[in-house]
Structure formats: structure tokens, C-alpha cells
Design a protein around this ligand. Structure first.
Ligand code: XIL
Length: 458
């Protein structure tokens, strides 16, 4: 090979000095901040979302790890007995590989999303054990060496700490738990094996039941590596009590602990108090994990309100994730960044006074019984804006038909409007007016709270 001319070499080095970012200027992401603390920061995702390029560019750059929200569940992977289909799960694994991410695989033994041949089969202990062993051996074997961890058993307990009476417990008693872990370990000895549940984040009967189970499995030498705390929180239910101490007692059994499905929902419409509470809950979860050395990472149950499972599952609730439905980071994102030790452009949201506002919104509706025209005037009382996103929610079934002077969209009860190309600039003290038509039936209550670029308005 010919040696490059010296001037070319010098030029290449000079160019390199400009093109290769100095580490001090490397982009700050949830991934980089978490890794600096020896943790990962992950997100759930799902196959239909992988064709949304605006979504995947954030998924691929901000997160250290991804979890398939549905595509490794039993109804997808073995819809008929012995008929396996891994194509959706494979697509999630391929995305992770292409973006240098880990995969938290989810989930093998659960009461939900079972095909009817499993849920409604007439089983004996022997035939169910054989079906379970075959499912685990085949699926875990298929992904062996490609995933970081498995949620082997999901949601084994009722909220009062008794065992959930599903097909597994009813047919096999508690034996299915140790067996599932043992079979998974045989199929992929390197995957970290978890039991995962909700409402075990803080102290209580359900967390105690999980603790007793984990302790007995460890004492029996069953291959259990970690406990997953789902972290599906809600502003109206309070923050789990003693979360850090609860994580620590599991870690003290010699287990990893992880927050596996974090989101913080609220009853819509959003208001400044709920947002402040939500910011605090996100901060508290990150702080609890960072305070426990065996808390290995945090996964959010999708990172954007665009794809959150919350509105479809909890009627009238939403706004639960770090990014709004237009993929704009919310104050929750800043709260997580600050808790991870990163820098935020605005002061830490948890220290700003509750209800502080930098914008004012005037809302009027011209109602004709089955529909109405909403006119909204936004006044910026904060720093000058070059782009804006307005968010608010309706309590009823108001449905957007057409909007103007901005890009209007609706997700469940949430309305999001981003500026049109010509009205993104609002100087301090300036206003823009926008409008839209809606249809509805029943009551048409005016929205109570608005946010502008994630901050509450009066
Ligand atoms: C949810 C998915 O996000 C939804 O798309 C699906 O319709 C239902 O399941 N706890 C879990 C997850 O362990 O598997 C659930 O995921 C959310 C609650």
C-alpha cells in the first residue's frame, strides 16, 4: 500500500481534530449519564414504533438498553402449541445490536397475554410442566447470548401478598417459579434471571411476599439473579414508602435490583401541581436506585406519551413518560437528567416553586352542541421563544377535526399543538392565537391546565 503524502496526513489529522468531538463536548444522554454512574438507562419499545424514524433516532441514541413491550410474550412467540414465531422479538434485538444496546428480555411466565391454548387448556401438572419447559427452553435458547436479562416470572403476587391464582399456580402451586428459573438458566447460563412485579417498589405486604420468595429461592440455590421493580407510579397514589430501603434489603440477599417499567401517570387534565409531583417522583426513583449499589439500572415503559400504554389501560390518565407526544422532552426528562448528575438548561424542576408560570393561556369555545371551535391565545411571559409546543387535555370525548395556525394532534384525551412555520417566534410579552374545531357528545368542559414547552401556564 502506498504511503499517503505527508501533507495529506497532516490535513487528515487537522480535519480529525475538528471532526472528532472532544469528550468534554460529547453529547449528554440518559445513556451516557447513567453509564457514568455505573448504571444503564433503558426504554421499552414495540414493533410498530420501529418504523417511526423520529422516534427511533431518540430510542437509539438516548438509551442504553431496550425491552420489547410485547414481542417476547407467550401469545406472540408460541401462539399455537409448538408453533414458535420470533420475528418481532428478533427485530427488537436487531435494533439493539445496530445501536450498541443491551436487551432486557420480557417475559416468559405471566398470567396475561397467554394464548388460549395455555390459559384455557385442560392441564395436569405433568403436561403443563412439559409445555412450560418447552416454551422456556425454546425461547431462551433462541435468544441465548443476545440478551442481557430475562424477566422469567412476571407478576406472581396479588396486592395483598398472596399468590396470584392463575393457570400456573392453580396447576403447579409455587413450584413453577423455581422450575422456570432453572430451565431458563439451562438454556442461557449467562442471562441475568429476574422475577418482576408491580406495587413492590416500596414497603408493604406485596414487597414482603416477594422478599420471602426471593430469600427462599436463594437459600435453595435456585438461579435467581435479580428482582425487577416495575415502578408504574401515579401522582394520585403517593410515592412508594421506603423505596431505597426496600431495594436495599433485596440487594442484601445477594441479588441485583432494577427499576424495570418506570412511568408516572396522572389523572388528566394535567396541572402544575401534578407535574411538580411527577417530576419529584422521577427524581426520587433515580435517587433511590443510585443510592443502592446493586441497583443496576432503570427502564422506562416507553419514553414518550406518543406510545405509552397508560391512556389505553387507565381510563382518563396519561402524560406518564419523559417526552411528550411530539417527542419533545418534558420537565420529567430534565428531572431525570439532574438526578443523574447531568446539566439542564433550565433550573432543576424540583427546586422551582410549584405553580410558577412563564406563560398565560386564554381559552374560549364557541359551542353548537355537538361540536365547537376552540380559540386559544398563548402569551409568553418568559424568555423569547423560537419554537413552542402547547399541551392540554379534555375530560370528555372531545375529538379534534381540524386545527389551524399550528400543527394539532390528539392522543387519547391529550391535545398537542406545535407552532406553524411562521409563528414559532414569540418575544417576551408577545402572543399567538390558534384555533381548532372539535366534535363531542355529553359535556364540554373547558380544559383546566396548559403547558408550554413542558412548563405549566396560568
Ligand atoms: C403492557 C404493554 O405495554 C401493552 O402494550 C400491552 O397491551 C399490555 O402489556 N406490566 C408488564 C408489561 O409487565 O408487560 C405490561 O406491558 C405493562 C404492565
Amino acid at each position: 500500500m502506498r504511503r499517503p503524502l505527508p501533507w495529506i496526513t497532516a490535513f487528515a489529522l487537522l480535519l480529525g481534530a475538528f471532526l472528532i468531538p472532544h469528550s468534554a463536548y460529547a453529547a449528554q444522554t440518559l445513556d451516557s449519564l447513567a453509564k457514568a454512574k455505573g448504571r444503564y438507562f433503558g426504554s421499552a419499545t414495540d414493533n410498530p414504533e420501529l418504523s417511526d424514524t423520529a422516534y427511533t433516532s431518540i430510542l437509539g441514541s438516548e438509551f442504553s438498553s431496550i425491552t420489547p413491550g410485547n414481542s417476547m410474550k407467550w401469545d406472540t412467540t408460541e401462539p399455537t402449541q409448538g408453533g414458535f414465531n420470533f420475528s418481532n422479538g428478533d427485530a427488537v434485538v436487531a435494533f439493539a445490536k445496530a445501536h450498541g444496546q443491551m436487551v432486557r428480555a420480557h417475559t416468559l411466565v405471566w398470567h396475561n397475554q397467554l394464548p388460549s391454548w395455555v390459559a384455557n387448556g385442560s392441564w395436569t401438572a405433568d403436561t403443563l410442566n412439559a409445555a412450560l419447559k418447552n416454551h422456556i427452553t425454546t425461547e431462551v435458547g433462541h435468544y441465548a447470548g443476545q440478551v442481557y436479562s430475562w424477566d422469567v416470572v412476571n407478576e406472581p403476587f396479588n396486592d395483598d401478598g398472596t399468590y396470584r391464582t392463575d393457570v400456573w399456580y392453580n396447576t403447579l402451586g409455587t413450584s413453577y417459579i423455581a422450575n422456570a428459573l432453572t430451565w431458563a438458566h439451562a438454556a442461557d447460563p449467562n442471562a441475568k434471571l429476574y422475577i418482576n412485579d408491580y406495587n413492590i417498589d416500596g414497603s408493604g405486604a406485596k414487597a414482603d411476599a416477594m422478599y420471602t420468595l426471593a430469600k427462599s429461592l436463594k437459600a435453595a440455590g435456585v438461579p435467581l439473579d435479580g428482582i425487577g421493580f416495575q415502578g408504574h407510579l401515579a401522582t394520585q397514589y403517593g410515592f412508594p414508602s421506603g423505596m431505597q430501603a426496600n431495594l436495599q434489603r433485596f440487594a442484601d440477599l445477594g441479588l441485583d435490583v432494577a427499576i424495570t417499567e418506570l412511568d408516572v401517570r396522572m389523572v388528566l387534565p394535567s396541572d402544575a401541581t401534578k407535574v411538580a409531583t411527577q417530576n419529584t417522583y422521577y427524581t426520587n426513583v433515580v435517587n433511590a436506585c443510585l443510592a443502592v449499589s446493586r441497583c443496576v439500572g432503570i427502564t422506562v415503559w416507553d419514553y414518550t406519551d406518543k406510545y405509552s400504554w397508560v391512556p389505553g389501560t387507565f381510563s382518563g390518565e396519561g402524560d406518564a413518560t419523559l417526552y411528550d407526544a411530539n417527542l419533545v422532552p418534558k420537565a420529567d426528562y430534565d428531572a431525570v437528567v439532574a438526578a443523574l448528575g447531568g446539566t439542564t438548561s433550565s433550573p432543576s424542576p424540583t427546586t422551582s416553586p410549584t405553580g410558577s408560570t412563564s406563560c398565560k393561556v386564554a381559552y374560549t369555545a364557541n359551542d353548537w352542541g355537538s361540536g365547537f371551535t376552540a380559540t386559544i391565545t398563548i402569551t409568553d411571559n418568559g424568555p423569547p421563544l423560537t419554537a413552542w409546543t402547547l399541551g392540554y387535555g379534555y375530560a370528555g370525548n372531545q375529538t379534534l377535526t381540524t386545527g389551524w395556525s399550528g400543527n394539532w394532534s390528539q392522543s387519547g384525551k391529550n391535545i398537542t399543538v406545535t407552532n406553524a412555520s411562521w409563528n414559532g417566534v414569540i418575544p417576551t410579552g408577545g402572543s399567538v392565537s390558534i384555533g381548532a374545531n372539535f366534535s363531542y357528545s355529553g359535556t364540554n368542559t373547558a380544559p383546566g391546565a396548559f403547558t408550554l414547552n413542558g412548563s405549566p401556564c396560568s
